[in-house]
Design a binder for this molecule. Structure first.
Ligand SMILES: N[C@@H](CCC(=O)N[C@@H](CSC=O)C(=O)NCC(=O)O)C(=O)O
Length: 296
């Protein structure tokens, strides 16, 4: 049997590279897990391996939303960056779920749940940080990838994941970026964060919850010690901007701690993939520069 019981779902040519969709048995999630990887196309004079950009998706998403609507692959190919797209939660009949779209399947929140009924399967923090990197090394295209050069990005819930994983693992990523991130999920005016952290961790007000809150995490950074460059884009017409996301709280705290953070507020843009895809190229170029991946 292949390691992790890895199975290829599909291999699709796209933008001079190849989009691989795979499925495996995840020990961490106690469920089947699906993910996708875009591998840039080969060019004769490119002798390096491709660094990785890990992209974490938002509420209700699978790996397919960004693959189909993110407009990323042309730019990944141009900058010789491979893009890794995990699913957002465990799946299957065994995993607990909720009838609402902002909890349960599609809403793993990149934490390890400790409260019932979620704790058996909802370990998306450990899945993304520990198991997925090992699974990537077992893929049949693993030799094309540089598993030591990794950056991280994400949208909304995935933006929360990108920022918190970066802050909790300062040596794991070359750069971090977020599109409209849920930046302060333990705040009382972030209903998504309150609901998810209360369910998964038993409380949105405990130390464990605060250790998954980007604004709280960055406040605890010793001034000048967090060197990873960060890019955040936010749409000013995003209906969740002032009711859920609160990106400026993170940005202000990060600047105060001396972090290298760039924040851009864009008139007229909403929360959708029309917004994400508009700025995707700049995020890939930002990460490519940090990863030392050259334009062909
Ligand atoms: N179903 C909801 C809307 C859910 C939504 O907007 N999801 C966003 C992420 S929100 C934060 O994590 C998303 O990326 N959706 C997928 C897509 O392809 O657009 C509703 O009905 O309001």
């Amino acid at each position: 049997m292949a390691p992790f019981n890895l199975k290829t779902i599909s291999v699709t040519r796209a933008h001079h590279g190849t989009l691989h969709r795979l499925q495996h048995d995840s020990e961490t999630l106690s469920s089947v897990a699906t993910f996708a990887v875009f591998v840039p196309g080969a060019v004769e004079d490119f002798k390096d391996k491709f660094p990785l950009l890990l992209y974490l998706s938002g509420l209700t998403c699978t790996d397919e939303n960004v693959a189909q609507k993110g407009c990323a692959f042309e730019h990944c190919h141009a900058r010789r960056v491979a893009m890794v797209m995990p699913d957002t939660s465990p799946r299957g009949d065994d995993a607990a779920d909720d009838e609402a779209w902002d909890l349960g399947k599609g809403a793993g929140f990149y934490v390890d749940a400790s409260a019932a009924p979620w704790s058996r399967h909802y370990k998306t923090y450990s899945y993304v940080t520990k198991e997925l990197p090992k699974v990537l090394r077992a893929c049949d295209f693993a030799d094309a990838l540089d598993h030591e050069r990794v950056s991280i990005s994400g949208h909304s819930m995935g933006g929360h994941g990108a920022l918190t994983l970066a802050l909790r693992n300062p040596n794991a990523y070359a750069s971090a970026s977020a599109f409209a991130p849920i930046a302060n999920p333990t705040a009382s005016d972030c209903p998504w964060g309150q609901k998810a952290l209360k369910a998964y961790l038993g409380s949105a007000d405990c130390d464990e919850a605060k250790s998954h809150d980007a604004t709280e995490l960055v406040k605890s950074v010793e001034a000048g010690t967090f060197k990873m460059p960060i890019l955040i884009d936010q749409g000013a017409a995003d209906s969740f901007y002032k009711t859920q996301l609160h990106p400026e709280r993170f940005v202000d705290a990060a600047k105060e701690r001396g972090c290298d953070v760039t924040y851009r507020l864009h008139d007229g843009y909403d929360h959708s993939y029309f917004f994400v895809s508009t700025f995707m190229r700049e995020h890939i170029e930002f990460h490519a520069a940090a990863l030392g991946s050259l334009k062909i």
